[in-house]
Design a protein around this ligand. Sequence first.
Ligand code: GGG
Length: 353
Amino acid sequence: MATAARQSLKIGLVPADGIGKEVIPAARRAIEALGSDIPKPEFHDLVAGFEHFTRSGTALPEETVRALREDCDAALFGAVSSPSRKVTGYTSPIVALRKELDLYANIRPVVSVSADPRGKPSIDMVVVRENTECLYVKQETMIHTETGREARATRLITERASRRIGKMAFEIALKRPRKLVTIIHKSNVLSVTDGLFRETVRGVPKLPEVAGRYDNVTIAEQIVDSAVYRLFREPEIYDVMVAPNLYGDILSDAAAALVGSLGLVPSINAGDHFVMGEPVHGSAPDIEGKGIANPIAAIRSAALMLRHLGYEKGADRVDNAVNSVLREGQFATPDLGGKSTTAEVLDAILKRI
Ligand code: GGG
């Protein structure tokens, strides 16, 4: 996304549930610390989430969607605690928001921090997850049969969505040294749906509108179960992984284990006209309100959002500050084996920005 000459940067903040309410304010502070390296930020506090649903009967108010569409240049979303059972009238606001704003790509870099600031990270991959289709279209039905209940779900894979997520993966690969795209699928079993995904992504470099553009990008593919196995055995084989929604969701959480904690891994939900940063972690109800949530994934998501908007310098300052804190090791929240609070980690990062 090219940098527009903006006087101000209007950022919607949707902390939503649980520790989202603790880490999104931390990300806001990191953005504010950047001063003139970015246009003056203007924050819009917006509501969504299961907690909001229990209070008001709405998980994603129309006003939140309208404000994001009409008043904001970008957004940060925290986390959501959808219940594991069906609740009448409730649907996941994050899944809905990705669709409403057509944020079709969930881009999740998983990168370790090397001890030497000039060293190469041992883990360095990007999971590019299709964000609007697959089982997340949430078309589920239940019927009662003679032998008991029978539940069905529609899994939607379209050529259009597979093509655009494929293009996104190839564009990301172009900017990386290894330029390798691995397509994740299960088309040995799901030959129609995953078959279409695999074939369409493979076909992206042959599209007339990108003729020659991806000639230097290598394409590999991997069946999803073996991809998970190899992710843990030999993570260095991956560069950019592109996957349908559900596999991408699972793979990126799994990959987070390779870098020490889900509390470190950022993401953006990107479309052609809007970007929304979002930590990969969930709402973590077990630690909510204790002040010990790791703010790094949210802060890195803010950096990723700024980078996507073209504010490289600001994004670098945030990422470098986070990397210094992780390298120094003095301030670490419990998920990383430390005893620091959210506020202490945030302060350490702000001092280094
Ligand atoms: N920030 C990522 C997040 O909230 N993950 C949990 C998740 O995806 N939940 C889906 C939901 O609760 O609707």
